[in-house]
Design a binder for this molecule. Structure first.
Ligand code: F6R
Length: 367
């Protein structure tokens, strides 16, 4: 049942190429330059005309929502807000007729996320779901939605559900970009081609970086704290990297937007705290490199994820992990992979039960 692996979490990390191919099957037609989401067809007119999309979710699914915000705003130019479902339900949220609430949930059973669906429906607002578990309560109660088709996720730490959620949100963003006339046919096709390549590129990361990541984990396993930094669409990846580490290895970790470092977290830096950067060569790369220099100048030890072939960090970072180049909007799908593997190995080396971390449940059906 664990596919020959020791843990479900590892199996689920390794099956991401397949899970993401399934999340795109019959939907992404890169050769034709079209994207079809059957689950949204009936509500497309309303969704397309939305004044605002409010994404509600918890934990890792909330991190996927933050990536979704970036993707929907970038490709479809619809304003998006991302809320913790647990906060949304208690703040008497302002919902107007042309708003759309979109919830994201792997299990489809998370109590706070379900409450957000009910709140949206009570306010007479369209409620959509991006859900993995077929026939789950959230899938049944939402007006429409898109399934992940990622297959069951058993390990308590969410891995393939996160990347499948981002893949589905990317498809929704591209579809809306097209129907709203924001994206040209050429841009749409180019992005669909980039998305279609992701499963193969994840396989490359899993194969080519595995040994290096295990070696880094051996050094990191004794750390008591870790800081994860990223910018733009990779900021949520920093949050997700930190969550993965803390929940299964019990090492305290925090994620921040890289530029926020000097507003507080920089005080923590010493040679005992690993600082993990997502530093791909995109718009803010030079600024991220300055942040890396600031950490190094304070004796911090840097682990950097960058795109293949970038030798610019070799003299600064202790370790450089390479992921293939993709459209910068889809980078989270590749940059998160080393963080998942790293957390897994660190936790195993510390003797932790990675599939059943203490105090955590796979689906949180109470608030
Ligand atoms: C983290 C994790 C949790 C869940 C959260 C939401 O690895 O698994 O943070 O992401 O409890 O669960 P779902 O997506 O089932 O609503």
């Amino acid at each position: 049942e664990k596919g020959g692996y020791d843990h479900f979490m590892y199996k689920e990390i390794m099956e991401q190429p397949e899970a993401l191919a399934n999340a795109m099957r019959g939907r992404v037609h890169a050769d034709e330059g079209t994207v079809k989401l059957g689950g949204l067809e009936d509500v497309m007119k309303q969704l397309e005309a939305a004044d605002r999309i409010v994404i509600c979710a918890c934990g890792t699914s909330w991190h996927a929502g933050l990536v979704g915000e970036y993707l929907i705003e970038r490709f479809a130019r619809i304003p998006v807000e991302v809320e913790y479902a647990s906060e949304f339900r208690y703040r008497d949220p302002i919902l107007n007729e042309n708003d759309v609430v979109l919830v994201i949930s792997q299990s489809g059973e998370t109590a706070d996320t379900l409450a957000a669906v009910r709140q949206a429906k009570e306010a007479g607002v369209l409620a959509l779901g991006v859900v993995n578990a077929v026939g789950s309560t959230i899938a049944r109660e939402t007006d429409a939605g898109v399934y992940l088709h990622a297959g069951p996720e058993i390990g308590v730490a969410s891995t393939k559900a996160f990347t499948a959620q981002v893949t589905v949100l990317a498809q929704i963003a591209l579809l809306l970009g097209k129907t709203r006339g924001v994206l040209s046919d050429a841009d749409l096709k180019e992005n669909l081609e980039a998305l279609a390549k992701i499963p193969t590129q994840i396989r490359e990361v899993l194969e080519q970086q595995a040994e290096k990541i295990e070696a880094i984990a051996r050094e990191m396993r004794l750390a008591q704290n870790a800081l994860y930094l990223g910018r733009g669409v990779n900021f949520p990846v920093a949050l997700e990297g930190a969550l993965k580490l803390k929940e299964i290895s019990y090492i305290h970790a925090e994620g921040y937007p890289a530029a926020e470092m000097k507003h507080g977290p920089i005080a923590l830096i010493d040679r005992f705290m690993p600082v993990l950067f997502v530093a791909t060569r995109e718009a803010t790369y030079d600024k991220v490199v300055s942040n890396i220099e600031e950490v190094v100048a304070r004796g911090g030890s840097v682990i950097a994820i960058t795109d293949t072939g970038n030798r610019g960090l070799d003299d600064l970072a202790e370790h450089v992990i390479e992921v293939p180049k993709t459209s910068d909007a889809f980078e989270p799908l590749l940059t998160v992979i080393p963080f998942q593997l790293l957390s897994y190995h660190v936790a195993v080396m510390r003797g932790c039960d990675v599939d059943m971390p203490r105090n955590l449940a796979k689906s949180v059906t109470v608030e």
